[in-house]
Ligand binder design. Structure first.
Ligand code: ADP
Ligand code: MG
Length: 238
């Protein structure tokens, strides 16, 4: 597990400034939710931590390493996306094993890790199925499994539940939160849903136009919004 710190992290695309300077120290095992309206820069911020996007200025550290110059594979992170990005022609087992195979993990170790993750996620009966033979919730669990088997220090989630119906979303957010507590993996979780943020976060970052308007525990943010934007966003119906 690891701490994550962002030091005055900025991002521009050409002449457009998208992230204006974000600072936060995330504790080992903490669950941070980055929340804000569409287009405010949540995904860009997460992608910089993942190494999928370069940092224009500032510094990102994971554990005691500055990771600015490191490739995604070198960062000890695993990312779970909104569209799951599962391989349709591979079984559930193969989908979960794929990243480990690429990394050159020995076969026995791969089998052990996939079986362990499948147990944790209640996917054991489905290991031979293809993604199209699974429900939305099961596909989401496979995407989680693919992240877990890598045994990363940090999980990065980008709106992982937004393709699920409302009922399943509630169930899956509980499952993700329980799993994260159990594994103790430091997590950054992006959503545009303030209810998701309020119920899942240890601390939340409320973003508005590339700026962190407020960082704090959900009840602090709810009870004492620091800007009009935060008050309006958190207080509005989902
Ligand atoms: P969010 O995830 O909060 O919806 P994004 O991080 O995707 O927001 O986008 C933030 C802003 O950056 C948007 O205005 C978006 O159009 C812009 N943006 C994101 N990626 C790129 C890119 N590769 N090139 C140019 N502009 C981008
Ligand atoms: Mg996004």
């Amino acid at each position: 597990m690891a701490t994550v710190s962002l030091r005055n992290v900025k991002k521009s695309f050409g002449k457009t400034d998208v992230i204006h300077g974000i600072n936060i120290d995330i504790a080992d095992g903490e669950f941070i939710v980055i929340v804000g309206p569409s287009g405010c820069g949540k995904s860009t911020l997460l992608r910089m931590v993942a190494g999928l996007e370069t940092v224009t200025s500032g510094e990102i550290s994971i554990g005691d390493r500055v990771v600015n110059g490191l490739e995604p594979m070198e960062r000890d992170i695993a990312m779970v996306f909104q569209n799951y990005a599962l391989y349709p022609h591979m079984s559930v087992f193969e989908n979960m094993a794929y990243g480990l195979k690429i990394a050159g993990t020995p076969k026995g170790e791969i089998t052990a890790r996939v079986e362990e993750a499948a147990k944790l996620l209640q996917l054991e009966p489905y290991l031979k199925r293809r993604p199209r033979e699974l429900s939305g919730g099961q596909r989401q669990r496979v995407a989680m499994g693919r992240a877990i088997v890598r045994k990363p220090s940090v999980f990065l989630f980008d709106e992982p539940l937004s393709n699920l119906d409302a009922k399943l979303r509630v169930q899956m957010r509980l499952e993700i939160k329980q799993l994260q507590r159990r594994l103790g993996v430091t997590s950054l979780y992006v959503t545009h849903d303030q209810v998701e943020a309020m119920t899942m976060a240890d601390r939340m970052i409320v973003m508005n136009g590339g700026v962190a308007d407020q960082i704090g525990k959900p009840l602090e943010v709810y009870g004492n919004p620091q800007t009009e934007f935060v008050g309006g966003f958190i207080g509005s119906p989902p």
